[in-house]
Design a protein around this ligand. Structure first.
Ligand SMILES: CC(C)(COP(=O)(O)OP(=O)(O)OC[C@H]1O[C@@H](n2cnc3c(N)ncnc32)[C@H](O)[C@@H]1OP(=O)(O)O)[C@@H](O)C(=O)NCCC(=O)NCCS
Length: 176
C-alpha cells in the first residue's frame, strides 16, 4: 500500500526512497543495532536485493513502511505497520533507529505515538501488536512510555548466541 507522509513535531515519517537502501546496508552490519533483531543479519545484502525489498514493501497490501527523517533531512530509521488484518482491525509494529547518534533522545517514543494515532484515527486499526526480546530494555521502555502493555511471553522463542531466549508480547488497544 502507498505509505502516506506523516509529520510529527520533530520528524518527517515518509515512504522509502531508493537512497535509503545504502543506509540500511550500514545498519545491517552494525552489531549494536542488530543485537535484538529476530534474525540478525550482520552481512551486507546486495543493493539489488534492498531495492527489491523496497518494491515488495510498496506492493504489500497488508502493510505500511516508512523512513524516519529529521526536519533537516537526515534519514535516521524506519517504522512499519504490517500484517494488517482488516477483519480483526489489528496490525504489527516494527521500528529501528539506525542512526545511533539519535538513541535515547525520544525519537522512537515520538514516532510510535504518531504512528499509533495514525493507525487508530485514520486507518481504523483498533489494536497494535509488537514483540520484543526480553533483554531489549530500551524498546521495553519505549512501549511503557507509549501506553503499550505486556500481555504475554513466548518462552524460549528464539535462539541468540546459541541460547534460547524469551520474547515478550506487547499490545495497545484503542477500545477499553
Ligand atoms: C529500541 C530503539 C527503537 C529505541 O529508540 P530510541 O529513539 O532510542 O528510544 P527513546 O529515546 O524514545 O526511549 C528509549 C528509552 O530507553 C532508555 N534506555 C536506553 N538504554 C537503556 C539501558 N541500557 N538501560 C535502561 N534504559 C535505557 C532511554 O533512556 C529512554 O528512556 P527515557 O526516555 O526514560 O530516558 C532503538 O534503540 C533501536 O532502534 N535499536 C535497534 C533496533 C531495535 O532493537 N528495534 C526494536 C526491535 S523490537
Amino acid at each position: 500500500m502507498k505509505s502516506p507522509q506523516i509529520i510529527s513535531s520533530n520528524y518527517i515519517i515518509r515512504p522509502f526512497k531508493k537512497e535509503d537502501a545504502l543506509l540500511w546496508q550500514t545498519w545491517d552490519i552494525d552489531p549494536e543495532i542488530q543485537v535484538y533483531m529476530p534474525e540478525p543479519k550482520n552481512e551486507v545484502h546486495d543493493i539489488s536485493i534492498q531495492y527489491e525489498y523496497i518494491g515488495e514493501c510498496e506492493n504489500d497490501e497488508d502493510g505500511y513502511y516508512w523512513s524516519i527523517e529529521t526536519k533537516d533531512g537526515a534519514t535516521i530509521g524506519t517504522v512499519s505497520l504490517f500484517e494488517i488484518n482488516p477483519y480483526h482491525k489489528t496490525a504489527d509494529l516494527g521500528i529501528v533507529i539506525g542512526d545511533k547518534e539519535y538513541w535515547g533522545k525520544g525519537v522512537a517514543t515520538e514516532v510510535i505515538n504518531t504512528i499509533k494515532e495514525h493507525a487508530f484515527n485514520t486507518l481504523g486499526i483498533e489494536r497494535i501488536n509488537a514483540e520484543v526480546e526480553e533483554e531489549n530494555i530500551p524498546m521495553k521502555k519505549v512501549f511503557e512510555k507509549t501506553g503499550f502493555k505486556q500481555d504475554g511471553i513466548f518462552k524460549n522463542a528464539r535462539i541468540k548466541n546459541g541460547k534460547r531466549i524469551n520474547v515478550l508480547h506487547f499490545g495497545i488497544c484503542n477500545t477499553k
